[in-house]
Every structure is written in structure tokens, then in C-alpha cells.
Ligand binder design. Structure first.
Ligand code: SAM
Length: 225
């Protein structure tokens, strides 16, 4: 349903899009092969630069590979994971049980823009392939930046023509399939304006396939000037 003020969809049918079959495939891939290269590279900078186990906020946590990995390797002290798909939360909890991580993660089911008020700040806030699944960048990223005491780690689509084409074709497929879900290639300039406007500065940038990886650090919180 489009928003009456800006014409953007309200959000999307995350339960229908990321259902049990989808979540099961991703959970299985993590158990069999570990983190995807993009996700590994997303947390690399945090791992190299953290002073001790971090309090992590994983927004749009999916099957939880990123936070499971940080816990498993001792880089996370605690995790809050906020996710709009209940199937993904169930899959992440099941992996947690397998890895003996029960009790170390608090899972919150819902839209982070609504849930944020009840969520505390964290040393590191991570959104891996999440802002591209949400129409309202300012609301989602703004709510996330405000929770980052030190790091904000993002992966999102590059602005190349071929990435736009791939996302456009995927949206066409979703439309044909009558799915109430779309993807978004948000302008990188806006991502930086929102993060930097909240006192974060970019300290690491890389690309991996169709993904841009950017890590921001709060000015004065650590190694950032
Ligand atoms: C492509 S999946 C990525 C999952 C995981 N981060 C990964 O990279 O494997 C995007 C996820 O973000 C979640 N999501 C998108 N917008 C959200 C929001 N506003 N609040 C909570 N979850 C959100 C979706 O439900 C979906 O599970």
C-alpha cells in the first residue's frame, strides 16, 4: 500500500517474502558454508578494531549469521536482533541452540522503526543487506544511527547501472508474482548524509559483488578523529 504523502510503499510483506522455506535455505547455507564473503568483509573492520567483546545490535538480522559469528568468535558480548520476519527469527534461534548460544541473543520481532524506542544503544549496529529492503531510508537508518555508540556497519547495493538493472528485474519478478515486497537502491549520498548528520564518519569502505560495504564510526568514540 503506497504512503499517501510520498507515494512510497508503507514497507513490505516481510513475513510472505522471507518465509520458512527462504529462512531455512539461508540457515542451511550458514551451517554448511559459514558466512558469505560480503558478510565476512562487513564485520572484518569491527573485529580488527574493537577493544573487547561488543554489545551488538543486528537490525534485519535474517538467519543471524553475522551475530552468530561474532558470538562464536568471542567478539560479541551480547546481541539484540530485530527482525520483521518471524521465520527468520525462528531459524536464527535454532542455529543459536546448535551453537550453544541460547540466552546470548535477545530477539525482537517487528519493524525496527517502531521497535527502536524499546531498544538500547550498542557498541556496534549492523545492517547487512537491510536498507535495500525498506522504502523509508531516513526512518530506518536514522533510527539505527542513533543506537550506534561506536560503529555502524552497512552493506547496501552499489549504484552501478548493472546493480540497478538486477534490482529492477528482481522488482519486476516480484510484481509479476504479485508479492507485496520491493527492493530499493537508495542514493549513497543520502546514506552518508544521514550517518554523518548523526556524528558518524566513514572509516572503512569496500565493495563485494553488487554490494557496497561502509563502516562508520562515531567521532570521538575510538580511533575516529
Ligand atoms: C535481505 S534480508 C538480509 C538478512 C540478513 N541481514 C542477511 O544479510 O543475511 C533483509 C532483512 O531485513 C529485514 N528488514 C527490512 N526492513 C526491516 C525493518 N524496518 N525492521 C526489521 N527488519 C527489517 C527483512 O525482514 C529481512 O529479513
Amino acid at each position: 500500500m503506497p504512503c499517501s504523502c510520498c507515494g512510497q510503499p508503507d514497507s513490505g510483506d516481510y513475513e510472505g517474502m522471507f518465509d520458512a522455506a527462504w529462512a531455512g535455505r539461508e540457515a542451511d547455507a550458514y551451517i554448511r558454508h559459514g558466512l558469505e564473503t560480503r558478510a565476512k568483509r562487513l564485520i572484518d573492520h569491527l573485529v580488527k578494531n574493537c577493544d573487547g567483546p561488543m554489545r551488538v545490535l543486528d537490525v534485519g538480522s535474517g538467519a543471524g549469521g553475522v551475530h552468530h559469528e561474532l558470538l562464536r568468535r568471542g567478539f560479541a558480548a551480547s546481541v539484540v536482533a530485530v527482525e520483521a520476519s518471524s521465520a527468520y527469527i525462528k531459524a536464527a534461534q535454532e542455529i543459536g541452540v546448535r551453537l550453544g548460544q541460547e540466552g546470548q541473543v535477545q530477539y525482537i520481532h517487528g519493524d525496527f522503526t517502531s521497535a527502536a524506542g524499546a531498544v538500547g544503544t550498542a557498541d556496534a549496529v549492523i545492517l547487512d543487506r537491510v536498507i535495500c529492503c525498506y522504502p523509508h531510508l531516513k526512518q530506518l537508518l536514522g533510527a539505527s544511527t542513533s543506537k550506534a555508540e561506536r560503529f555502524l556497519a552497512l552493506s547496501y547495493p552499489r549504484e552501478n547501472w548493472w546493480v540497478r538493472l538486477a534490482f529492477g528485474l528482481f522488482n519486476l519478478y516480484l510484481k509479476i508474482k504479485r508479492k507485496d515486497f520491493r527492493t530499493f537502491v537508495h542514493p549513497h549520498r543520502e546514506v552518508h548524509l544521514i550517518a554523518e548528520g548523526d556524528g558518524l564518519e566513514p572509516v572503512h569502505a569496500a565493495t563485494e559483488g553488487m554490494w557496497q560495504i561502509t563502516v562508520f564510526e562515531r567521532v570521538g568514540s575510538g580511533s575516529a578523529a
